[in-house]
Write a protein that binds this ligand. Sequence first.
Ligand code: GDP
Ligand code: MG
Length: 173
Amino acid sequence: MRSIRICVLGAGAVGKSSITVRFVHGSFYENYDPTIEDSFTKLAEIDGKTHRLQITDTAGVEQMMTLRESVIRESHAFLLVFALDNPSTFNDLLPIVEDIKRIKDTDGIRRIPVLLCGNKVDLGFERVFPSNFQPSGVFKGVKYLETSAKLKIGIEEAFLDLAKIYMDQRRVR
Ligand code: GDP
Ligand code: MG
């Protein structure tokens, strides 16, 4: 069985832990400890084969640069999360993308298995991104999904699509 190491990255409070715990345990906690960085395992079927998804839910962006560096180096695929009610969390992904590019030694993020996730889609009118939002710039061509850990929208899809993107990129390499 192949292990696919997935890293969940993004600013604080965008819902990284909620998305991860929703996917792995099927539950939602209003108050997940924001300081916890933890790894989870879940089996998933991709193109008819079972794979082991090893998911690292990161915590703290600025404080733990060296920790983040080693997690990025060891990960195969990246779930980049921002919150649809907080535009600065989208910008917070830009230095993270630069880190991934540097550590993985590539000039284009599309060469790396990445999925962009706009979380908290359940907030409806509180969202500041238009409902037809399509990421451009460094995210052009990157798969984008809107999710809600709270209402269980798009969560399975996000992890399974990302794992599939990884498997597909491996195949052509
Ligand atoms: P993290 O710091 O990125 O790991 O974020 P958390 O998972 O701890 O979530 C931060 C806050 O956002 C918590 O109060 C969560 O309950 C809330 N939250 C997470 N996901 C969602 C969501 O999909 N919708 C809503 N409305 N709130 C969410
Ligand atoms: Mg967290």
